[in-house]
Design a protein around this ligand. Structure first.
Ligand code: ATP
Ligand code: MG
Length: 611
């Protein structure tokens, strides 16, 4: 097996963390500081009650006692001085609170900066990577799923780092310190209090693990609901045209109800969980209080110590419960990382190391090419031998599904041709040895189903040639017989093309795609059924204009209409993945094969329609 780029989740996480790690480290540092500061005040209050107001021996650490003792003068001990000046205690408590606030602020600041930096890097990296993945990969993976991975899973990982991981460390520091302070007050009481922690944490972990499964179900259902919505919005024309609103609405409502039920069930589970864990917490609190009062009454701890102890105990209640959730959620982040790792480990399209950039004004040769799509197992091209002479125009005619588009995908390396399936060469160089970028820049393809972006017309025409000026845009539009149409639009070339070009007619879209390629004038031009939605007259007009403007280029025109192809230097007739015949228009007519049959059929049809 090939070595994966990111063999573990940790390696991927560290890769994503580049640039944001320092923020998270600072955030964790400040979070720990907050925990420490929060734990100081109960200590001060306990001391004040016992040693300042009462007469107990102080239990403050030595350095703190030194400070206190330095407060008084010869006539007054430190504690006595404090009793006279209680405001000083208040000031210290406020001081600690202010410090704690500042630390909280720096914690948040770093945490948020870290989280956003991380998310941005993740999105940019994923998007860049996905764009470079082979065309084949995109065919095998659902767009909706990819998008969900890039949104929900990214969000999940952000939550893990900015909420769960920092919480985890903060809670651990808090528990450790609190237990330390509590032990210094009374070890046995601490043991009673701490004995509940494993119970509550394990209960919480078990619950959250279980609920994780429910969450996944809800997530999947959400995916179902949103894909119904998405499908209907993109296919709104079809929905209207077939009067399927009612049906689609009912389908949506059923799925939506299932989704709602899942959430209701989830919330019920949560309600049960909180009741039970509240109960545990109360039992713990009552036990600690009763035992603490007993100890206090029997003089084993002071009143101040008792109050401090109860404060620590309360401080722990919430974090301990949260700990279970954090631990359980960490496994969800693991699932998300797995899902992103799948994308990041998919290999980007790469050129061979010695790939070159040869001149493309040369003969294109298909040498014994056979092809089977990986997903289907049916061979769609069988032993194709075809030479396309540089600078000539070749027409490819063939029934639907005969493999015409596949042939062009292979030429453009949208799908890689396995070595044992023959060779495609340009000027004698195997296309596998040509840089993909160079190949595609030089082979202009007007795809069978043109895709337009939701930008203006001129931007769309310029999409692959952004350095071209308006004059060239106009020239390309003129050859594609698009200029008249554009002039009729209110905003001309600045007309906004709706999502996927919905504001254009089929023929207008096709002609925009033709203009897209003509502006680049690449050495090889492929028109895959590009004028099928254009009327015969416009078709002829475009062909005439093309003829004048494609000098020097090798042109491949795929079509179903004989008139589109009949002027080509060579016409190839494809039938079920094989080349059935080839020659010039006259030769093929004389041969009396498939071409002749199609010709007769189409001329009869046009005679009928003319009558
Ligand atoms: N991505 C794919 N995965 C699996 N099979 C495919 C894929 N694309 C096309 N095919 C199959 O390959 C065969 C040839 O398809 P191709 O698109 O090359 O035909 P075509 O000659 O261009 O047809 P048309 O004139 O309708 O465009 C068809 O049987 C089709 O079902
Ligand atoms: Mg096709």
């Amino acid at each position: 097996m090939k070595k994966e780029k990111f063999p573990t989740n940790t390696s991927l996480l560290l890769f994503f963390l580049r640039g944001s790690k320092k923020f998270f480290i600072l955030a964790i540092f400040f979070a720990a500081l907050v925990s420490v500061l929060d734990l100081i005040n109960p200590r001060i209050i306990g001391f004040t009650i016992d040693s300042v107001l009462g007469t107990e021996k102080s239990n403050l650490p030595a350095f703190a006692l030194k400070i206190v003792n330095s407060l008084g003068d010869a006539s007054l001990s430190g504690a006595a001085w404090l009793k006279e000046n209680l405001f000083a205690v208040a000031l210290v408590i406020i001081g600690v609170a202010v410090l704690s606030m500042l630390c909280r602020f720096f914690f948040r600041l770093n945490n948020v900066t870290g989280a956003e930096t991380l998310v941005r890097r993740m999105r940019d990296t994923l998007f860049g990577h996905i764009l470079k993945l082979p065309y084949k990969w995109h065919g095998e993976n659902h767009t909706g799923d990819i998008i969900q991975r890039c949104t929900s899973d990214v969000e999940m990982i952000k939550m893990f780092l900015s909420e769960h991981l920092t919480s985890l460390l903060r809670i651990i520091v808090l528990i450790a310190l609190a237990i330390f302070f509590m032990t210094s007050i009374h070890p046995l009481l601490t043991l009673v209090s701490a004995a509940f922690i494993p119970v509550i944490v394990s209960y919480s972990v078990v619950f959250h693990k279980k609920i994780g499964l429910q969450f996944r179900k809800a997530d999947e259902q959400e995916g179902v609901v949103s894909s119904i919505a998405q499908e209907n919005l993109t296919g709104v024309r079809v929905v209207r045209a077939f009067g399927r609103e009612q049906y689609e609405r009912e389908r949506f409502e059923t799925k939506n109800e299932e989704y709602t039920n899942l959430w209701t069930r989830l919330m019920n589970l949560f309600a049960a969980f909180f009741s039970v864990s509240d109960f545990f917490s109360y039992v713990q609190l009552i036990t600690v209080m009763v035992y603490g009062v007993y100890l206090s009454v029997h003089g084993q701890i002071t009143a101040g110590e008792y109050i401090a102890f109860i404060s620590y105990n309360n401080m722990l209640t919430y974090p301990v419960r949260r700990l279970g959730r954090v631990i359980a959620n960490m496994s969800r982040a693991g699932v998300s990382l797995d899902r992103l790792r799948y994308i990041m480990n998919s290999e980007e399209e790469k050129d061979r190391e010695d790939a070159g950039e040869p001149d493309m004004h040369q003969d294109i040769v298909f040498d014994n090419v056979s092809y089977t799509y990986e997903s289907s197992n049916v061979e769609v091209l069988h032993n194709i031998d075809l030479t396309i002479k540089a600078g000539t125009t070749v027409g490819i005619l063939g029934g639907t599904g005969s493999g015409k588009s596949t042939l062009m995908y292979l030429l453009d390396r949208m799908y890689e041709l396995p070595e044992e399936n023959g060779r495609i060469t340009i000027g004698g160089v195997d296309i596998a040895d040509i840089k993909a970028d160079h190949l595609r820049k030089n082979i202009g393809m007007v795809l069978q189903e043109p895709y337009l972006f939701s930008r203006t017309l001129s931007e769309n025409i310029r999409i692959a040639a952004r350095d071209k000026d308006m004059d060239e845009v106009r020239r390309a539009a003129r050859i594609a017989a698009l200029d008249d149409t554009i002039d009729r639009f209110g905003k001309g070339y600045d007309t906004f093309v709706g999502e996927r070009g919905v504001t254009l007619s089929g023929g207008q879209k096709q002609r925009t795609a033709v203009a897209q390629m003509l502006i680049r004038r690449p050495p090889v031009m492929v028109f895959d059924d590009s004028l099928s939605a254009v009327d015969a007259e416009t078709d002829a007009k475009i062909r005439a204009a093309l003829k004048e403007n494609i000098q020097g280029s090798t042109v491949i025109i795929i079509g179903q209409r004989i008139t589109t192809l009949m002027n080509a230097d060579n016409i190839v007739v494809m039938d079920k993945g094989r080349i059935a015949e080839q020659g010039t228009h006259e030769e093929l007519l004389a041969a009396g094969g498939i071409y002749r049959k199609i010709y007769d059929l189409q001329t009869q049809q046009s005679e009928v329609s003319e009558e």
